[in-house]
Design a protein around this ligand. Sequence first.
Ligand code: GUN
Length: 296
Amino acid sequence: MTAKIIDGKAIAESIREEVKQNVTERLEQGLPVPGLATVIIGDNPASRVYVRMKHKACQEAGIRSVGHELPATATQDEVESLVKQLNDDPGIHGILVQLPLPAGLDEERVLNTISIQKDVDGFHPINIGRLAQKGREPLFVPATPAGVMVLLEKNGTSLDGAKAVVLGRSNIVGMPVSLLLLRENATVTICHSHTQDIPATLREADVVVAAIGKPGYVRGDWIKPGATVIDVGTNRVEDPAAKRGYRLVGDVNFDEVVKVAGAITPSPGGVGPMTIAMLLRNTLRAARLADARDIG
Ligand code: GUN
Protein backbone atom coordinates (compact mmCIF):
# COMPACT_ATOMS: atom_id res chain seq x y z
CA MET A 1 0.00 0.00 0.00
CA THR A 2 1.26 3.48 -0.69
CA ALA A 3 0.13 6.53 1.19
CA LYS A 4 -2.33 9.09 -0.09
CA ILE A 5 -0.40 12.26 -1.00
CA ILE A 6 -1.84 15.35 0.68
CA ASP A 7 -1.54 18.08 -1.95
CA GLY A 8 -0.69 21.20 0.07
CA LYS A 9 -0.15 23.21 -3.08
CA ALA A 10 -3.71 22.64 -4.31
CA ILE A 11 -5.27 23.19 -0.86
CA ALA A 12 -3.25 26.40 -0.42
CA GLU A 13 -4.31 27.57 -3.86
CA SER A 14 -7.99 27.20 -2.98
CA ILE A 15 -7.48 29.20 0.26
CA ARG A 16 -5.63 31.92 -1.65
CA GLU A 17 -8.49 32.04 -4.13
CA GLU A 18 -11.02 32.30 -1.30
CA VAL A 19 -9.04 35.17 0.30
CA LYS A 20 -8.84 36.95 -3.05
CA GLN A 21 -12.61 36.62 -3.50
CA ASN A 22 -13.19 38.03 -0.01
CA VAL A 23 -10.86 40.95 -0.66
CA THR A 24 -12.73 41.75 -3.89
CA GLU A 25 -16.03 41.69 -1.99
CA ARG A 26 -14.61 44.04 0.65
CA LEU A 27 -13.64 46.54 -2.01
CA GLU A 28 -17.10 46.32 -3.59
CA GLN A 29 -18.58 47.11 -0.17
CA GLY A 30 -16.32 50.15 0.17
CA LEU A 31 -14.22 48.57 2.92
CA PRO A 32 -10.48 49.26 3.03
CA VAL A 33 -8.00 47.06 1.22
CA PRO A 34 -6.24 44.80 3.77
CA GLY A 35 -2.67 45.96 4.40
CA LEU A 36 0.30 43.86 5.53
CA ALA A 37 3.63 45.32 6.62
CA THR A 38 6.68 43.08 6.66
CA VAL A 39 9.84 43.91 8.55
CA ILE A 40 13.08 42.18 7.69
CA ILE A 41 16.24 42.92 9.64
CA GLY A 42 19.63 41.94 8.29
CA ASP A 43 20.37 39.89 5.22
CA ASN A 44 19.47 36.28 5.98
CA PRO A 45 19.05 34.92 2.41
CA ALA A 46 16.31 32.40 3.30
CA SER A 47 14.31 35.12 5.10
CA ARG A 48 14.57 37.33 2.04
CA VAL A 49 13.20 34.55 -0.19
CA TYR A 50 10.30 33.90 2.22
CA VAL A 51 9.41 37.58 2.53
CA ARG A 52 9.52 38.05 -1.25
CA MET A 53 7.13 35.10 -1.65
CA LYS A 54 4.77 36.63 0.94
CA HIS A 55 4.67 39.95 -0.92
CA LYS A 56 3.99 38.20 -4.23
CA ALA A 57 1.15 36.21 -2.67
CA CYS A 58 -0.35 39.39 -1.18
CA GLN A 59 -0.25 41.08 -4.56
CA GLU A 60 -2.03 38.14 -6.19
CA ALA A 61 -4.73 38.18 -3.50
CA GLY A 62 -5.32 41.93 -3.78
CA ILE A 63 -3.75 42.62 -0.37
CA ARG A 64 -1.55 45.73 -0.13
CA SER A 65 1.86 44.83 1.25
CA VAL A 66 4.59 47.19 2.35
CA GLY A 67 8.11 45.94 2.96
CA HIS A 68 10.46 47.50 5.51
CA GLU A 69 14.12 46.58 5.65
CA LEU A 70 16.56 47.44 8.42
CA PRO A 71 20.26 46.63 8.48
CA ALA A 72 21.64 43.90 10.77
CA THR A 73 23.15 46.73 12.82
CA ALA A 74 19.71 48.21 13.67
CA THR A 75 19.25 48.84 17.39
CA GLN A 76 16.47 47.48 19.56
CA ASP A 77 14.99 50.99 19.75
CA GLU A 78 15.03 51.42 15.98
CA VAL A 79 13.21 48.12 15.46
CA GLU A 80 10.65 48.86 18.16
CA SER A 81 9.96 52.37 16.91
CA LEU A 82 9.31 51.02 13.41
CA VAL A 83 6.86 48.48 14.87
CA LYS A 84 5.13 51.23 16.90
CA GLN A 85 4.83 53.39 13.80
CA LEU A 86 3.16 50.44 12.01
CA ASN A 87 0.87 49.86 15.03
CA ASP A 88 -0.36 53.45 14.60
CA ASP A 89 -0.81 53.25 10.83
CA PRO A 90 -4.54 52.72 10.07
CA GLY A 91 -3.74 51.43 6.55
CA ILE A 92 -1.73 48.54 8.01
CA HIS A 93 -3.82 45.71 9.45
CA GLY A 94 -1.11 43.08 9.92
CA ILE A 95 2.54 43.30 10.96
CA LEU A 96 5.01 40.51 10.32
CA VAL A 97 8.56 40.73 11.67
CA GLN A 98 10.47 37.99 9.91
CA LEU A 99 12.37 35.65 12.26
CA PRO A 100 15.07 34.87 13.20
CA LEU A 101 16.32 38.31 14.19
CA PRO A 102 20.04 39.09 13.98
CA ALA A 103 22.03 38.35 17.14
CA GLY A 104 21.84 41.13 19.71
CA LEU A 105 18.15 41.94 19.21
CA ASP A 106 15.67 40.84 21.85
CA GLU A 107 13.02 38.87 19.95
CA GLU A 108 10.57 38.70 22.84
CA ARG A 109 10.60 42.47 23.31
CA VAL A 110 10.08 43.04 19.57
CA LEU A 111 7.15 40.60 19.41
CA ASN A 112 5.70 42.15 22.55
CA THR A 113 5.67 45.54 20.81
CA ILE A 114 3.39 44.38 17.98
CA SER A 115 -0.26 45.29 18.61
CA ILE A 116 -2.10 42.00 19.29
CA GLN A 117 -4.79 43.21 16.86
CA LYS A 118 -2.15 43.26 14.09
CA ASP A 119 -0.22 40.17 15.15
CA VAL A 120 -0.87 38.14 11.99
CA ASP A 121 1.99 35.78 12.87
CA GLY A 122 0.32 34.96 16.18
CA PHE A 123 3.68 35.15 17.99
CA HIS A 124 2.74 37.87 20.51
CA PRO A 125 3.01 36.38 24.02
CA ILE A 126 -0.69 37.12 24.64
CA ASN A 127 -1.79 35.28 21.50
CA ILE A 128 0.47 32.29 22.24
CA GLY A 129 -0.62 32.37 25.90
CA ARG A 130 -4.27 32.24 24.89
CA LEU A 131 -3.52 29.35 22.52
CA ALA A 132 -2.02 27.45 25.45
CA GLN A 133 -4.98 27.92 27.77
CA LYS A 134 -8.32 26.13 27.90
CA GLY A 135 -11.33 28.30 27.18
CA ARG A 136 -9.25 31.14 25.70
CA GLU A 137 -9.06 32.12 22.05
CA PRO A 138 -6.05 33.77 20.41
CA LEU A 139 -6.82 36.53 17.91
CA PHE A 140 -4.43 34.87 15.46
CA VAL A 141 -2.97 31.37 15.14
CA PRO A 142 0.60 31.11 13.74
CA ALA A 143 0.49 30.41 10.00
CA THR A 144 2.52 27.22 9.64
CA PRO A 145 0.82 25.38 12.53
CA ALA A 146 -2.60 26.58 11.28
CA GLY A 147 -1.68 25.25 7.84
CA VAL A 148 -0.77 21.85 9.31
CA MET A 149 -4.19 21.68 10.98
CA VAL A 150 -5.99 22.49 7.71
CA LEU A 151 -4.04 19.73 5.93
CA LEU A 152 -5.05 17.23 8.64
CA GLU A 153 -8.66 18.34 8.43
CA LYS A 154 -8.77 18.20 4.62
CA ASN A 155 -7.27 14.73 4.76
CA GLY A 156 -10.01 13.63 7.15
CA THR A 157 -7.51 12.56 9.82
CA SER A 158 -9.41 12.19 13.07
CA LEU A 159 -7.62 13.81 16.00
CA ASP A 160 -9.98 13.23 18.91
CA GLY A 161 -8.21 10.67 21.12
CA ALA A 162 -5.51 10.08 18.47
CA LYS A 163 -1.86 9.73 19.48
CA ALA A 164 0.00 12.64 17.89
CA VAL A 165 3.77 12.95 18.00
CA VAL A 166 5.39 16.27 17.17
CA LEU A 167 9.10 16.30 16.37
CA GLY A 168 10.54 19.63 17.44
CA ARG A 169 9.60 22.24 20.04
CA SER A 170 10.30 25.53 18.25
CA ASN A 171 8.27 28.63 19.06
CA ILE A 172 7.31 28.94 15.39
CA VAL A 173 6.09 25.40 14.68
CA GLY A 174 6.62 22.59 17.22
CA MET A 175 5.14 24.24 20.29
CA PRO A 176 2.11 25.95 18.69
CA VAL A 177 1.21 22.91 16.55
CA SER A 178 1.32 20.76 19.71
CA LEU A 179 -1.09 23.17 21.39
CA LEU A 180 -3.43 23.08 18.38
CA LEU A 181 -3.42 19.26 18.34
CA LEU A 182 -4.18 19.27 22.06
CA ARG A 183 -7.10 21.64 21.45
CA GLU A 184 -8.48 19.00 19.06
CA ASN A 185 -8.25 16.43 21.87
CA ALA A 186 -5.26 14.52 20.55
CA THR A 187 -2.87 12.94 23.07
CA VAL A 188 0.27 14.84 22.23
CA THR A 189 3.90 13.84 22.71
CA ILE A 190 6.65 16.30 21.83
CA CYS A 191 10.03 14.81 20.88
CA HIS A 192 13.20 16.92 20.98
CA SER A 193 16.96 16.65 21.20
CA HIS A 194 16.82 15.10 24.68
CA THR A 195 14.14 12.50 23.88
CA GLN A 196 15.52 9.03 24.48
CA ASP A 197 14.02 6.78 21.84
CA ILE A 198 12.40 8.80 19.09
CA PRO A 199 11.78 5.83 16.72
CA ALA A 200 9.93 3.90 19.47
CA THR A 201 7.82 6.96 20.30
CA LEU A 202 6.97 7.54 16.66
CA ARG A 203 5.93 3.90 16.14
CA GLU A 204 2.98 4.54 18.47
CA ALA A 205 1.80 7.64 16.60
CA ASP A 206 -1.41 7.91 14.57
CA VAL A 207 -0.30 11.39 13.51
CA VAL A 208 3.28 12.59 13.04
CA VAL A 209 4.28 16.23 12.55
CA ALA A 210 7.99 16.57 11.75
CA ALA A 211 9.53 20.00 12.31
CA ILE A 212 13.17 19.59 13.29
CA GLY A 213 15.08 20.75 10.23
CA LYS A 214 16.99 17.50 9.64
CA PRO A 215 16.83 16.26 6.04
CA GLY A 216 15.25 12.81 5.63
CA TYR A 217 15.39 12.15 9.38
CA VAL A 218 12.16 10.13 9.80
CA ARG A 219 12.60 6.61 8.46
CA GLY A 220 9.96 4.24 7.07
CA ASP A 221 10.27 1.66 9.86
CA TRP A 222 9.54 4.33 12.50
CA ILE A 223 6.01 4.79 11.19
CA LYS A 224 2.89 2.94 12.28
CA PRO A 225 1.15 1.55 9.18
CA GLY A 226 -1.65 3.90 8.13
CA ALA A 227 -0.43 6.92 10.14
CA THR A 228 -0.78 10.46 8.79
CA VAL A 229 2.61 12.13 8.36
CA ILE A 230 2.96 15.90 7.98
CA ASP A 231 6.43 17.06 6.97
CA VAL A 232 7.13 20.67 7.92
CA GLY A 233 10.83 20.49 7.06
CA THR A 234 12.30 22.32 4.09
CA ASN A 235 16.02 21.62 4.04
CA ARG A 236 18.60 22.46 1.42
CA VAL A 237 20.81 19.52 0.48
CA GLU A 238 23.72 19.78 -1.94
CA ASP A 239 22.96 18.40 -5.38
CA PRO A 240 25.47 19.12 -8.13
CA ALA A 241 22.94 17.93 -10.72
CA ALA A 242 20.43 20.63 -9.67
CA LYS A 243 20.46 24.02 -11.40
CA ARG A 244 21.06 25.91 -8.13
CA GLY A 245 23.50 23.32 -6.76
CA TYR A 246 21.01 22.19 -4.10
CA ARG A 247 17.58 20.70 -3.80
CA LEU A 248 14.93 20.96 -1.09
CA VAL A 249 13.94 17.95 0.99
CA GLY A 250 11.77 17.50 4.06
CA ASP A 251 12.48 16.06 7.51
CA VAL A 252 10.88 12.80 6.38
CA ASN A 253 12.46 10.16 4.17
CA PHE A 254 9.57 10.37 1.74
CA ASP A 255 10.43 7.31 -0.40
CA GLU A 256 10.44 5.03 2.65
CA VAL A 257 7.57 6.58 4.58
CA VAL A 258 5.19 6.77 1.61
CA LYS A 259 5.19 2.95 1.56
CA VAL A 260 3.97 2.68 5.17
CA ALA A 261 1.90 5.77 6.04
CA GLY A 262 -1.79 6.19 5.26
CA ALA A 263 -1.28 9.78 4.12
CA ILE A 264 1.76 12.02 3.74
CA THR A 265 2.59 15.56 2.68
CA PRO A 266 5.42 15.98 0.19
CA SER A 267 8.10 18.58 0.84
CA PRO A 268 8.27 20.82 -1.04
CA GLY A 269 4.60 21.09 -2.01
CA GLY A 270 2.99 20.27 1.34
CA VAL A 271 3.13 22.58 4.34
CA GLY A 272 5.22 25.35 2.72
CA PRO A 273 2.48 26.72 0.45
CA MET A 274 0.03 26.54 3.37
CA THR A 275 2.12 28.95 5.46
CA ILE A 276 1.63 31.70 2.92
CA ALA A 277 -2.06 30.94 2.40
CA MET A 278 -2.70 31.11 6.16
CA LEU A 279 -0.80 34.40 6.44
CA LEU A 280 -3.13 35.86 3.79
CA ARG A 281 -6.13 34.52 5.70
CA ASN A 282 -4.80 36.08 8.93
CA THR A 283 -4.28 39.42 7.19
CA LEU A 284 -7.86 39.39 5.93
CA ARG A 285 -8.97 38.56 9.49
CA ALA A 286 -6.93 41.50 10.82
CA ALA A 287 -8.70 43.83 8.39
CA ARG A 288 -12.08 42.46 9.53
CA LEU A 289 -11.16 43.01 13.17
CA ALA A 290 -10.30 46.62 12.30
CA ASP A 291 -13.68 47.03 10.51
CA ALA A 292 -15.45 45.79 13.64
CA ARG A 293 -13.52 48.29 15.81
CA ASP A 294 -14.31 51.12 13.41
CA ILE A 295 -18.01 50.30 13.49
CA GLY A 296 -17.69 50.27 17.31
N1 GUN B 1 10.48 32.50 10.14
C1 GUN B 1 10.15 31.23 9.77
N2 GUN B 1 8.82 31.09 9.69
C2 GUN B 1 8.30 32.29 10.01
C3 GUN B 1 6.95 32.77 10.09
O1 GUN B 1 5.98 32.06 9.87
N3 GUN B 1 6.83 34.09 10.45
C4 GUN B 1 7.90 34.88 10.73
N4 GUN B 1 7.66 36.12 11.09
N5 GUN B 1 9.14 34.45 10.67
C5 GUN B 1 9.33 33.17 10.31
